[in-house]
Design a protein around this ligand. Structure first.
Ligand code: G4P
Length: 285
């Protein structure tokens, strides 16, 4: 069954973004990629690595306030093994962002050293922020640079001046030129983006989506489910488990049946609002 058949992946749009990012690469020193710490795989566009070529790259595991801290740390270790620096941040509250600038400087330490050797002091580091929609890129830019639009009159190659933000005299940020779309390689990506609300769940059958979420929760976070909904029987079949949860919440319709659609909506809402606890849906395998 193709659950995500209606979620469109627009190769044309992505080709344009690819070109726009490639054009700006010469103006920047590093790329900061914002991902959702709950779904670090599905919230990345895997093509990005190829697009940014050898540019130093750092990953912000955002929304870490909603993710499982152990899993987030595992991801940080994993990226480190791939020579990519990753930090956990919460751009809603700003938690973790105090280390951002120093992390950029560490990632770019060779470049800074060479600037110093050449006597180029006071040249700001320029970083491009990229991320698929809803990962928190606007929240990040807002937190780190506020409304400090950078002055760009004399910068060659820059056409859209309002995409540049000044953090301070040492650091400038460029917002993604174009939209970096997710890549719906398989159903899982679409489902995981729908769990977090990054794509509309109206285009996927709600009960089916809730059943898929339950499968992950039963496998990895059974106790959180039991804590939230009280002791109930967990069945082999996720639909039966959804019925148990609906029953626990008194979601019945005429004839003693469970209103599974209501139960499904409730489960998805409670997951999105972090009522079940801090959960990471994609772990290192
Ligand atoms: P985008 O530019 O990448 O599309 O994302 P944006 O910053 O608009 O953030 C998308 C949603 O995620 C917003 O919620 C935002 O508040 C929330 N968000 C961003 N970063 C974090 C984080 O680190 N932790 C948490 N818990 N939430 C985060 P919204 O419901 O669309 O808006 P609102 O709640 O801010 O009104």
């Amino acid at each position: 069954m193709n659950n995500t058949q209606n979620i469109q992946w627009f190769p044309g749009h992505m080709a344009k973004t690819k070109r726009l990012i490639a054009e700006q690469l010469k103006l920047i020193d590093a790329v900061v990629e914002i991902v959702d710490a709950r779904i670090p795989v599905s919230s990345r566009n895997p093509d990005l690595t190829g697009i940014i070529q050898n540019k130093p790259h750092l990953i912000l595991l955002n929304k870490c306030d909603m993710a499982d801290i152990g899993a987030t740390n595992d991801w940080i270790t994993y990226y480190k093994s791939k020579n990519i620096t990753a930090i956990a941040v919460d751009c809603k509250s700003g938690k973790g962002l105090n280390t951002f600038k120093d992390t950029v400087k560490t990632v770019l330490s060779d470049k800074l050293k060479s600037y110093k050797e050449k006597g180029m002091v006071g040249k700001p580091l320029r970083v491009m922020a990229v991320g698929i929609p809803n990962v928190g890129k606007s929240s990040f830019i807002n937190r780190i640079a506020g409304n400090n639009r950078a002055k760009v009159e004399n910068r060659p190659g820059v056409t859209k001046g309002n995409q540049w933000f000044s953090v301070d005299k040492e650091l400038e940020l460029l917002d993604t030129p174009g939209v970096l779309w997710p890549k719906f390689d398989d159903d899982t990506v679409g489902e995981h983006l729908a769990f977090t609300g990054a794509v509309s769940d109206r285009i996927i059958d709600t009960e089916l989506l809730a059943m898929r979420l339950l499968e992950i929760l039963v496998a990895d976070y059974k106790q959180l489910l039991l804590d939230r909904y009280g002791n109930f029987e967990i069945h082999e079949d996720a639909y039966d488990t959804l019925c148990e949860i609906g029953k626990k919440r008194g979601m019945m319709i005429k004839g003693g049946e469970v209103d599974t659609e209501r139960a499904a909506n409730m489960l998805l809402e409670e997951f999105r609002n972090c009522k079940l606890g801090k959960i990471t849906l994609e772990r290192i395998k």
